[in-house]
Design a protein around this ligand. Sequence first.
Ligand code: GLY
Ligand code: MN
Ligand code: MN
Length: 444
Amino acid sequence: MPNRAPSDALFTAHIARLGQIFTHSLTAAGFDSVVIGAGFQHYRFLDDQTYPFAANPHFLWWAPIDNAPGSFLCIRPDARPSLWFHQPEDYWHKPPATPTEAWLAEFDLSILRVPNEARANVPTGAAFIGEPFAGIEEWGFSAINPPALVDRLHWERAVKSPYELECMRIAARRGARAHVAAAAAFHRGASEYGIHLAYLAASGHTEAGLPYPNIIALNEGAAILHYTELQSQTPAERRSFLIDAGAQFRGYACDITRTHAAEPGGRFGSLLAGLEAAEQQLCARVRAGVHYPDIHALAHRLIAEILVNEKIVTCSVQAAVESGLTAVFFPHGIGHLLGLQVHDIGGHQAGPTGGQRPPPAADRYLRLTRTLEAGTVVTIEPGIYFIDLLLAQAQRDGRGRDINWEAVNALRPFGGVRVEDDVLATDGEPENLTRDAFDAFASA
Ligand code: GLY
Ligand code: MN
Ligand code: MN
């Protein structure tokens, strides 16, 4: 499977594009330069142990360095970006090695032994983007995370460069390989924890390197949207398996969900097949110019059709959507922006200069309300779940009258189904990064 890093030329073009974005954004926001902090390690309360380090995504956008807290970038229009790389003298921990990859040639590199050494190099009037730190007021920044600058950058982050897309394709192949290993572990009879270990081994990630904690649920656990309990006992009866797990390359994430049935056929198999087909219909809608909430609205309609076909509800498709009955079974958004963050920033932003466009209350968990542009990567992740809390609410508020409780009770022990792909919007046909990655793996 070709998993080579993107070419140097792609990275060079990516840096040139970022240079344009930053030049324009700095000028519009009234700054001559910006310093971007990678971030710092954080200690647990009353402890000398740190949390896993996660680099500032603005830093990662420029430099694929995720292991050098205390580093900075300095960006000035019409100048090469400076990388102030923090490499402490430390014999307790391994200091981050100076990068040797060809991409380093895009930066003017200097080494910091302590982060404070960077202070003398800060240009007059520079803005700062990143996590504020003790003593920052002495560094002379004219603004810290100014919205006039940050909003523009968040808006631009939604559209990926060819380099970023190549990173995301590599992440998708890494994730697909691990999903195949996880499915095999399930069919061998592994526990949730055993499946998790199989996933990690096949992905090559440590737990801290995953873009988000693995959701690996057998049976009823699949009804908990972000279930991360990882039981080490295999249940006596294995009925269903939902896995929502990702991978990353140079900080760019994939976000993939698959649901498996222990036995083919039956009510649960039919529900899963229906959801798979709906998911593919929804993925086909991803393209430039499409208002993403329209895909969410279509998802409710398709889910209503499945609920009627599977005799889970007794009313019409239209009534199920209009009464909010579909939201009992599909209580989250259809997806979100994807990139350096799993829920990439800016999903509710109204425009390049900021402002918020939140979803209506009935769809409050929809994370993306923008119109898609070519180069935007989104997830499409419909699901149908049997969640005790929401079913009880429906029983109380009257929506339960249209529920076929015999069907619901038969399906409750399976938890639920979700299928999630990562899809690139273009001016033409969408590119399904996830399906392509599984296909590449199957044909390798
Ligand atoms: N894995 C989190 C999500 O699908 O949004
Ligand atoms: Mn997702
Ligand atoms: Mn997911």
